[in-house]
Design a protein around this ligand. Structure first.
Ligand SMILES: O=C(O)CCC(=O)C(=O)O
Ligand SMILES: [Fe+2]
Ligand SMILES: [Zn+2]
Length: 743
């Protein structure tokens, strides 16, 4: 139904004379309106010659009437008013100028070399098969039955590709790949970019053969992330074509207030289009993201920038798509009888046959393109554990921080959390949409020596934690007004609200600390840093201040960084600070108890066992003299401890200390602050605290893994999509600012 040969543009100024073409905003496939529904509705005003999409948004269409008067009538009736035939939708309607863009479209340069594309992960090998091999391959498929689709024919080997769900059925393996592809498979498998790729593509176990008649192409798409892993390889036989690659850049939201922004992004609350009596809820197709437009934005919707690159796929060439090219870019074969290649018309051959080799994926996809990733979209539709821990009320059911809303049916009391790749066991189903789920247990060492200690010392700890570290303040002030900031491991919430132009959300594993934040009016909840209960890409920035050093394995520390990266949007920043081995005041290290023996083996794991010391288990409780830390008002111990003049100067020990990274660091809870006989007695009985009558304090041990220089950067380098934009050492901490790569 599109109007052949014509493209349209929205006029920048109101047109004096009406045209038969209307530019209609807030209407289109993204609002689940089909061309025939739109046509039918507009035909109320006269004969409609065609409806076509105005741009890539899916929310703007061109409705072309046969007569300009009818277009004027439709505009008069429905511009800015509810359109009853389209369920009361309010559209913005203006006259459109037809514009020939065919030439403009074709003026994009066509690349012949994949390197010129500047898309990471795209490789083109020309003449990958010989004419003789090509002939054999074509003869082989021509002997076999084709499945006929609307415009092209296909054959599937290994697994059938199911077009309805754009995936394979893993339970229905068709068999091995046919022997007639053996020699190409062997050669492709030996390619270094395939054999050595970080994501395993081998062995290929799915082959789709596509036969395109002249003029037939393939709509823009990304091969379903959850369906295939590793690289995708496509051999072009019998003919050539151009392939266009598209990357959509969605700009960050800029809504009126950060709270509204937060509500819309976290809770999905619709922002009402002011002045228009409709909910201006619009969805950008392909991006699987819902955006909420204000009235102004509806009239001038935020631009979705599309980057396009066109590559010529010669006959007998092999195209390899990996990484960003595979996960982050749509690919598209225009439905053209001829390709315009740098000004020259190149007719397509009567037939092109492609062999696409892929490897089916067994688990979820963890790519860095969550907005394009069906594995990760599932969790986005399955928000959010922010149920009861809001404000100060009813912490009970989320004391474990583990309440999720499950939108899909919960089967067999288990939910597979695709993002985290773990099975969650549902312990209590409250109703159809809410259930309690359990995430894997925190290691015992963290449970006792971090969580329980902070729970026990929370009010006292909080009373010593008010000074804001200038570097953190500087970071928070550098964030754009209206941003949403997550403080993961927020403690008593001293950084929440530090930049009044931003909206802060905090979480911490310690319920008593979260309660303190809630009493102060902060938006907080109880959560585990490894399982942040926020949607992917929900915030603009995140901070993790003095948190990672409380995690007892490298895997868990990496995982926590990945979680921080997950929750920030692309282009968002994360500040991470951790305690350094390289303490400004070396004497401090002598006040800490190196972890040894059972603690290292059972809890921290022998791989990170670097301790040279040979301290007995009892020595864990032998705290040095003069290490009293209680009731000081300094911010971090490091700052405060500088008052100790004692300097550490033993060379031998210094080397030993350097290698030691696992410690118990004492916290002195004065008797008058402790519930003697209550929680403290239990902690003493269980061995993670001791009474020190001389000091009049219960001494709790907190587990720390202190970082060596470069270690934080090394962990970050394991996280895809993170680039370090700043790193520094400050006040005995290693600090890094990372940016989530833009897609
Ligand atoms: O025909 C081609 O080269 C591409 C095929 C393709 O993109 C697909 O099957 O997903
Ligand atoms: Fe594809
Ligand atoms: Zn993915």
């Amino acid at each position: 139904m599109s109007v052949a040969g014509l493209r349209f543009s929205k006029p920048s100024v109101a047109l004096a004379a009406p045209t038969p073409h209307l530019y209609v905003a807030n209407c289109g496939p993204a609002l689940n309106l089909t061309v025939s529904q739109i046509t039918e509705a507009f035909e109320e005003h006269g004969r409609v010659a065609g409806v076509s999409v105005a741009d890539d948004s899916g929310t703007r269409v061109i409705v072309s009437f046969e007569r300009a008067e009818d277009a004027a009538a439709a505009r008069g009736a429905w511009n800015g008013k509810p359109c009853m035939p389209l369920l009361g939708l309010v559209m913005f309607i203006d006259y459109a100028l037809p514009r020939k863009t065919e030439m403009a479209k074709q003026s994009e340069p066509v690349f012949f070399c994949s390197l010129d594309m500047e898309i990471p992960g795209i490789i083109l090998h020309s003449e990958f098969v010989s004419p003789a091999e090509e002939k054999e391959l074509l003869a082989a498929v021509d002997e076999r039955p084709w499945q006929t689709l609307a415009k092209r024919k296909v054959q599937h080997y290994g697994y059938e590709f199911l077009y309805k769900v754009r995936n394979v059925d893993l339970t229905k393996k068709l068999g091995e790949l046919p022997t007639f592809v053996d020699h190409v498979v062997e050669r492709m498998s030996a390619l270094p970019e395939v054999a050595n790729s970080t994501e395993k593509s081998l062995p290929f176990d799915q082959l789709t053969v596509n036969e395109y008649p002249r003029g037939v192409g393939l709509s823009p798409h990304i091969d379903t992330h959850s369906a295939f892993e590793g690289s995708i390889l496509s051999l072009s036989l019998a003919g050539a074509c151009v392939m266009e690659f598209r990357k959509y850049h969605k700009h960050s939201y800029d809504l009126h207030t950060s709270k509204a922004n937060y509500d819309s992004r976290v809770h999905g609350t619709h922002i009402m289009g002011r002045g228009l009596d409709c909910e201006a809820r619009q969805t950008i197709p392909d991006l699987h993201q819902t955006t909420y437009f204000s009235e102004q934005e509806m009239i001038e919707p935020p631009k979705v920038k599309v980057e396009r690159r066109v590559l010529y796929l010669p006959q007998r060439s092999l195209l390899i798509l990996s990484n960003e090219a595979r996960y982050g870019w749509h690919h598209y074969i225009p439905h053209h009888k001829e390709d315009v290649v740098n000004g020259e018309k190149v007719p397509r051959s009567s037939r092109r046959v492609s062999f696409t080799f892929r490897k089916v994926r067994l688990g979820p996809c963890y790519c860095q393109f969550p907005h394009l990733c069906d594995s990760q979209a599932e969790i986005a539709e399955v928000p959010v554990s922010i149920i009861n821990a809001w404000g100060s009320k009813d912490n009970d059911s989320t004391v474990l921080g583990r309440e999720y809303t499950i939108c899909s049916a919960v089967e067999d009391n288990a939910v597979h959390d695709k993002i985290h790749g773990v099975s969650l066991t549902v312990s209590e189903v409250k109703d159809a949409t809410t259930c309690k789920v359990w995430i894997p247990a925190t290691p015992e060492i963290e449970k006792m020596y971090v969580q329980e200690v902070y729970d026990a010392i929370a009010p006292h700890f909080s009373s010593t934690r008010f000074a804001k570290w200038p570097k953190v303040a500087q970071f928070l002030h550098s964030i754009a007004p209206g941003s949403i900031v997550v403080d993961a491991g927020c403690g008593n919430g001293k950084y929440l609200g530090l930049n009044p132009k931003c909206f802060f959300v905090g979480c911490d594993i310690s319920a008593p600390l979260v309660a303190i934040c809630a009493q102060r009016g902060h938006e907080v909840l109880i959560a585990d840093a490894l399982f942040l209960p926020y949607r992917t890409g929900v915030c603009d920035a995140a901070i993790s201040i003095a948190v990672l050093h409380h995690l007892s394995s490298e895997q868990r520390r990496v995982r926590a960084i990945e979680e921080l990266l997950r929750v920030v949007r692309h282009g968002g920043k994360v500040l991470i600070t951790v305690w350094a081995v390289e303490q400004e005041d070396k004497s401090l290290l002598t006040k800490w108890t190196p972890l040894t023996g059972k603690y290292m083996e059972e809890w921290v794991g022998s791989s990170s066992h670097k301790a040279k010391g040979n301290l007995s288990e009892n020595s864990l409780h032998m705290i040095q003299e003069g290490d009293t830390l209680e009731d000081k008002s300094a911010d971090e111990e490091q700052e405060f401890v500088t008052i100790f003049s004692q300097k550490f100067d033993g060379q031998e020990d210094s080397r030993q200390m350097k290698e030691q990274q696992e410690y118990f660091v004492p916290w002195h809870l004065p008797y008058h602050r402790a519930e003697i006989g209550g929680a403290s007695a239990a902690a003493v009985a269980r061995g993670f605290a001791r009474k020190d009558d001389k000091k009049g304090a219960v001494v709790y041990n907190r587990y720390y893994h202190v970082f060596v220089e470069g270690e934080l950067e090394r962990l970050i380098s394991k996280c895809a999509g993170a680039s370090v934009v700043d790193q520094f050492y400050d006040k005995s901490n290693w600090c890094v600012v990372i940016e989530k790569s833009c897609y």
